[in-house]
Design a protein around this ligand. Structure first.
Ligand SMILES: [Zn+2]
Length: 288
């Protein structure tokens, strides 16, 4: 499932391929995706040039030369790549845009169709879209006073807080677990039971983990590929995610896996000590 580092890697790859390229053709399968892409929008794309490629949370923003924005979400299995037109079109490709003279195509493929593409008429329309969805701030722009306030006022556990896109944009299961490990805080720790020092540590850990992952071009598990078709390599750097039973890279104790916020959660019980909370008691009794 692409998270911020994977989406950022796609965005960086696309930037070099798409800038100043004109859309010479648009083809869509018409299959239902998570976002609407009506024929009228497809027509509006024709003849436009890409003027900027950006990211917000897990969203890819393709800015066009008339200020409209093609907004794309990769969902769980989405791939957005520039490929030679002569290369066979793979199954589950939902949108194909010819570039320039048509030698290359921008292709959006999504096997499970949790992703989608939609066209918004302007920058302000895009801002409104994000406002309506309540998208939280970028992890790299998190203000400590905001972060402290959000964490200290919730009775949810830290894992659930990190996954909430309204609190923080772009983090999913992998980087939530990795950041909590880096910060040495237990994923089941409640927001209200978290000190300002711990929340500051978590904020800094998030930034470090995400930056490292971007440097590695993200993690390739399942279908994720960068814009140029390259795989990421951060999956080789995971310290807790998917490592249950393996020794902790810090203390050699066994990494454990539990269910939290409906997601499997990986942590080191020795490095990430749970301070006493109601949630903690049920966990110690092995009811989670
Ligand atoms: Zn450990």
């Amino acid at each position: 499932v692409p998270e911020l580092p994977e989406v950022e890697t796609v965005v960086r790859g696309l930037r070099s391929c798409l800038l100043d390229k004109r859309i010479s053709s648009v083809m869509a399968t018409g299959k239902r995706l998570r976002l609407p892409m009506p024929a009228a929008s497809q027509k509006k794309l024709l003849g436009r040039k890409f003027s900027e490629v950006a990211r917000r949370g897990k969203w890819i923003i393709l800015v066009l030369d008339n200020d409209s924005r093609l907004l794309i979400h990769l969902g769980m299995t989405g791939q957005l790549r520039v490929q030679p037109a002569k290369e066979a079109v793979q199954p589950h490709t939902h949108l194909i845009m010819g570039l320039g003279r048509g030698g290359e195509q921008l292709r959006f493929r999504d096997v499970r169709r949790f992703g989608g593409a939609t066209l918004l008429p302007s920058g302000p329309a895009l801002n409104l879209f994000f406002e309506k969805s309540g998208l939280g701030p970028e992890p790299f722009e998190l203000k400590q006073d905001y972060w402290e306030r959000v964490i200290s006022s919730t009775r949810r556990c830290l894992k659930a807080v990190l996954l909430d896109q309204r609190v923080l944009a772009g983090v999913g299961n992998i980087y939530a677990d990795e950041a909590l490990f880096e910060a040495r805080v237990h994923p089941a720790q409640l927001g209200v039971g978290t000190s300002n020092r711990e929340s500051a540590r978590l904020r800094r850990a998030l930034v470090r983990v995400l930056e490292r992952a971007i440097t590695c071009r993200g993690s390739s598990i399942r279908d994720y590929l960068g814009a140029s078709g390259h795989k990421g390599r951060y999956q080789n750097e995971f310290r807790v995610y998917g490592q249950s039973g393996k020794p902790c890279p810090r203390c050699r104790f066994g990494i454990e896996r539990i269910q939290l916020a409906g997601r499997s959660t990986h942590f080191c019980p020795r490095c990430q000590v749970l301070v006493s909370t109601t949630h903690a008691k049920t966990m110690r009794n092995g009811q989670t």
